[in-house]
Design a binder for this molecule. Structure first.
Ligand code: G4P
Length: 544
């Protein structure tokens, strides 16, 4: 018989408190929007991020986040190497509040070589903004990241940027989105005037015309004044009539906004604007608040969902070491999935079973960190020195949960890593293990050569350079990186390892976690192998 101790049956007061807590939690979660922006480098992601912060009153004048090219000291840049090269490698989380909505913007690295980081970030986001350059449409990098967003069914809003300068026709852009992304495009705003001669946009929801006005240097919030159709016809003349006709066409083909299909990941609301000129930013922010999903229950690896009001749980999606050279600490970025995060409470790491005390937690604003005491589902918390955590780990309190791991793409760049100083063997191994746990690179080996001769895998050469830089700077190892000849790989079932080993063109690579990859010289070799061995399942993702 059950032990009916006090507390097993909650007293009415306890029950009321519990439901008040649950209500508060639900209210907090429902006003959060956790999203990422994905784009091809140069499409304007940094500019857009800066403008979102400008609109949210987080920066008073645009230009604070992104220092101009020659005086780069951007809030989100942290590594010396980033500054030396003028690129942004590390992801950061930015949090801002506007009209009661709390936005958690998960920044993604702009460089293709770090697309793996982007994939991890997408694993922590509830929705995504795809940013396109009006002159370039859907570019290769966007497509690759989009595949992952689609795989995860992340709802996508499209923002067509740079409409203040010459670009593709609006109808052609919509066609391209449908063709390349395979999504139904649902323009919410429609440009009046061609790219480069933008007069404003029609908001299809209310038929109003929002006038485009350049702001001096894009430093202040745009006016975005609304005119009705009659006023717009006078103001924008032929451009208005053409745009109105096009909107009629869109109505006919059923390109209307439908929130359900957006949430299901089968249509994308489209906005036109100019991040540089602060046009369309307000509409994008409103769309995030009105359309984008708030955090919801998250599926665990066992198929059961973790409800928002369950005990605390969070997903580790990014690790960063040594942000501050003075402190040499390690920061784990976690996304809260359920419950309330409170500084100082204990959580268990589902992978290791070890408990950790979340004593030092930070809210993040690029490089700036502020101590954080409480956080809710959707929020991102930076845990300082959280011990042996890895990217993809689940932290939880109360009932155990383990979230579905974040997938990464099977590497398509490889390099051999050599320890140049045998006297520094320990430093070398410690460093390699650390980089692997952070997900900086995949650490693999050829089974016939053993683990002493690591092969690094990744999405680009720069990833390897970061690895070398950090091994030397942080661990005092002396290393050499030599190119390895494979350019594509697939994950295979270990049972098929023999087939790959016997195939003339395939090379087996194993990681330290029982996963096996087949690497090939090029796509043709991969295709030959596929034809010869249709029975071998080749998975382009490493974790599912
Ligand atoms: P990224 O983070 O996606 O790589 O792009 P970023 O914001 O750095 O923008 C790339 C370039 O495009 C920048 O110009 C930026 O000013 C410009 N840009 C961004 N949005 C718009 C827009 O809406 N309209 C126009 N016309 N340009 C835009 P840059 O000359 O390369 O650098 P900078 O000197 O302005 O920093």
């Amino acid at each position: 018989m059950a032990d009916r101790t006090l507390g097993a049956v909650p007293s009415p007061t306890v029950a009321t408190e519990a439901s008040a807590d649950a209500r508060m939690l639900a209210a907090e979660a429902s006003r959060r929007r956790t999203f990422a922006i994905i784009s091809h480098p140069d499409a304007g992601k940094t500019t857009l991020t800066e403008k979102l912060l400008l609109y949210a009153g987080q920066v008073t004048e645009a230009g604070q986040v992104k220092a101009r090219r020659n005086r780069r000291a951007a809030v989100s840049d942290w590594m010396e190497m980033e500054r030396e090269r003028g690129i942004s490698i590390s992801s950061t989380a930015l949090r801002f509040e506007l009209d009661g909505t709390i936005h958690n913007l998960l920044d993604t690295p702009g460089h293709r070589d770090f697309s793996e980081d982007t994939l991890r970030v997408l694993g922590a986001a509830d929705s995504c903004v795809i940013l396109l350059d009006a002159a370039r449409g859907v570019e290769e990098q966007t497509l690759k990241l989009f595949e992952v967003a689609r795989e995860r069914r992340v709802p996508l809003i499209t923002f067509i940027n740079k409409y203040d300068r010459p670009g593709l026709e609006s109808l052609a852009l919509v066609d391209e989105i449908e063709r390349e992304l395979g999504l139904r495009a649902a323009p919410v705003t429609w440009p009046v005037g061609r790219a480069g001669e933008l007069r404003g946009v029609i908001d299809r929801r209310d038929g109003g015309f929002y006038r485009f006005e350049r702001t001096a240097g894009g430093a202040t919030i745009g006016a975005e004044q609304r005119l009705d159709a009659a006023e717009a016809a006078v103001e924008a003349g032929d451009d208005w009539r053409v745009a109105a006709e096009e909107v009629g066409l869109l109505d006919e083909v059923g390109a209307g906004l439908d929130r359900d299909s957006y949430l299901a990941g089968s249509s994308t609301p489209v906005f036109f604007g100019s991040a540089l000129q602060n046009f369309g930013i307000r509409m994008l922010l409103d769309a995030l608040a009105d359309l984008a999903p708030a955090p919801g229950p998250r599926p665990g690896a066992d198929g059961r969902e973790r409800e928002l009001d369950a005990d605390f749980s969070a997903l580790v999606f990014k690790l960063q070491a040594n942000l501050d050279p003075q402190h040499r600490d390690r920061l784990a970025y976690v996304r809260v999935c359920s419950g309330r995060f409170e500084r100082g409470t204990q959580a268990t790491n589902a992978r290791t079973g070890k408990t950790l005390r979340m004593a030092y937690a930070h809210e993040l604003f690029g490089r700036r960190r502020e101590t954080l005491d409480a956080a809710f589902p959707g929020d991102v918390v930076g845990l300082v020195n959280a011990g042996d955590v890895r990217v993809g780990d689940t932290l939880y309190a109360g009932e155990e949960v383990r979230f579905t791991p974040i997938p990464t793409l099977a590497p398509d760049r490889f390099a051999r890593l050599r320890n140049r100083d045998t006297g520094r063997y320990k430093q070398f191994h410690r460093g390699v293990a650390q980089l692997e746990s952070e997900g900086v690179v995949h650490v693999l080996h050829e089974p016939e050569l053993g683990t002493q001769a690591p092969v690094l895998g990744g999405a680009g050469q720069m990833q390897f350079e970061v690895a070398r830089y950090r091994l030397e700077r942080e661990f005092g190892a002396a290393v050499a990186i030599e190119p390895a000849g494979w350019t594509v790989s697939r994950r295979i079932d270990p049972a098929d390892a023999g087939t790959v080993a016997r195939a003339p063109a395939g090379q087996l690579l194993a990681d330290g976690h029982g996963r096996v990859l087949a690497a090939f010289k090029d796509r043709f070799a991969l295709e030959r192998f596929e034809r010869a061995h249709p029975e071998v399942a080749l998975d382009p993702f490493i974790v599912r």
